[in-house]
Design a protein around this ligand. Structure first.
Ligand code: FNR
Length: 386
């Protein structure tokens, strides 16, 4: 049976022919290479966070104060990383978190399709952002047989919101991920210093510009008057959601609803009571509020409060080891964010797929060495705060 860890054999084998990986296998080198290669304004937007970026740094650093104890005399030659989520059997718990500028991470401006192809190549689901350069329908098609999730930034205009949801359902997305923490943009000094906000320059708005309900808000089509279309987008972006909106959301779709941005156990309980099908514990990678607590440190309480409702997690995942720690702390599925953007920037779909394969290989080999043959055994083993 092939294992994700076999990827290292391919790398070492290629090395015998003098071939080394085109894209680094570790995050530090990957980020350094992407920093050198990416256009400054795209890099700033991807790499930057809120305030002095304390929360963003803590998200990643906090993984170092969680540790796992290896177990011996366990036959972990066969590993099974598969999970069940939203009725789908997934080959691993890894997924790509929604990143709204994926489209401009590749030079051809079709990074969303490249990420989708990487998803098709690896079996790692893509959570496609509302903000994209290609339509949600085209992105879904490019995911091939791998299930995908659609992330919704809920427009203030109900008809546009309903239309986006309906389109996502018709396109075959397996879940609707509703982001709660971004009705307004957090204070991002790196972007402010260069006065750059990609959407205001017309980037990543395709899902709106092709949308029939959104187009009804316009006097002229977006290609004839892009400035007016962008202004209309700005005016309708970012509905403030409250618990009462769950009734409408639940009625608007048959897709499972995932609430993204839940970090407090009381909010997790409230979400379950309101009918959420999954909780997504995330602080948006420290881009929205510089609150100071790492997302991974908030995960255990959220998991306890969610009970049997699955909890997805992201924020600070930089390696396969981080991924396994998040599983040990109770996440059902784990989202990788910035690292896959860097893979896309360095080598398109292949670079993105490489980043995902490296994470899965490291996770798989950690499970092999630590005597955790399945995700259930990872969870049983747990992680200790050191
Ligand atoms: C994001 N994130 C995000 N989240 C979301 O729900 N919709 C979106 O469109 C975006 N866009 C976006 C753009 C960029 C450039 C980044 C880096 C992040 C947040 C994302 O889904 C995830 O929560 C974070 O990326 C996790 O943090 P790390 O691991 O990337 O640091």
């Amino acid at each position: 049976m092939p294992h994700y860890g076999d990827y290292q054999n391919l790398i070492y084998g290629a090395g015998l022919q003098g071939v080394v990986p085109r894209v680094p296998v570790d995050f530090a080198t990957l980020e350094a290479r992407a920093t050198a290669a990416m256009p400054p304004q795209v890099l700033t937007y991807v790499q930057g966070g809120c305030g002095d970026e304390h929360t963003q740094r803590r998200n990643a650093d906090a993984f170092h104060h969680w540790g796992m104890v290896p177990r011996m005399m366990v036959d972990a030659r066969q590993r099974d990383l598969s999970i069940e989520l939203f009725g789908c059997k997934l080959p691993s718990p890894l997924f790509m978190a929604p990143i709204g500028v994926t489209g401009i991470c590749t030079q051809d401006g079709h990074g969303d399709l490249a990420a989708a192809r990487a998803s098709a190549m690896t079996g790692v689901p893509l959570c496609a952002s509302t903000l994209s350069n290609d339509s949600l329908e085209d992105v879904k098609k490019a995911c091939g047989d791998t299930p995908a999730f659609f992330q919704l930034y809920t427009p203030k205009d109900r008809d546009t919101a309903a239309s986006l949801i309906g389109r996502a359902e018709a396109a075959g997305y397996a879940a609707l991920v509703v982001t709660l923490d971004t009705w307004v943009t957090g204070w991002r000094p790196r972007d402010l210093n260069v006065a750059n906000f990609p959407q205001l320059r017309g980037h990543v708005l395709s899902n709106y510009f092709v949308d029939p309900a959104f187009r009804k808000l316009l006097k002229q089509p977006p290609n004839e008057n892009p400035a007016a279309a962008i202004a209309t987008w700005g005016a309708t972006f970012g509905k403030v959601l409250t618990w009462d909106d769950m009734v409408w959301l639940k009625a608007a779709t048959k897709m499972p609803i995932v609430l993204k941005g839940i970090c407090h156990p009381d909010d997790a309980r409230r979400a379950v009571d309101a009918g959420a099908d999954a909780i997504y514990c995330s602080n948006h990678g420290g881009r929205q509020a510089n609150g100071g607590i790492a997302a991974i440190d908030m995960l255990p309480d959220v998991v306890a409060a969610a009970g049997s409702t699955p909890v997805l997690f992201d924020s600070g995942i930089r390696s396969g080891t981080d991924m396994v720690k998040a599983l040990a702390l109770g996440a059902r599925a784990v989202g990788v964010g910035r690292p896959y953007s860097y893979g896309l920037a360095l080598d398109g779909d292949a670079g993105c797929a490489h980043v995902l394969k490296c994470m899965l290989a490291e996770a798989d080999l950690l499970m092999a060495v630590n005597g955790y043959p399945t995700v259930a055994t990872v969870r049983e083993a747990g992680a200790i705060r050191v």
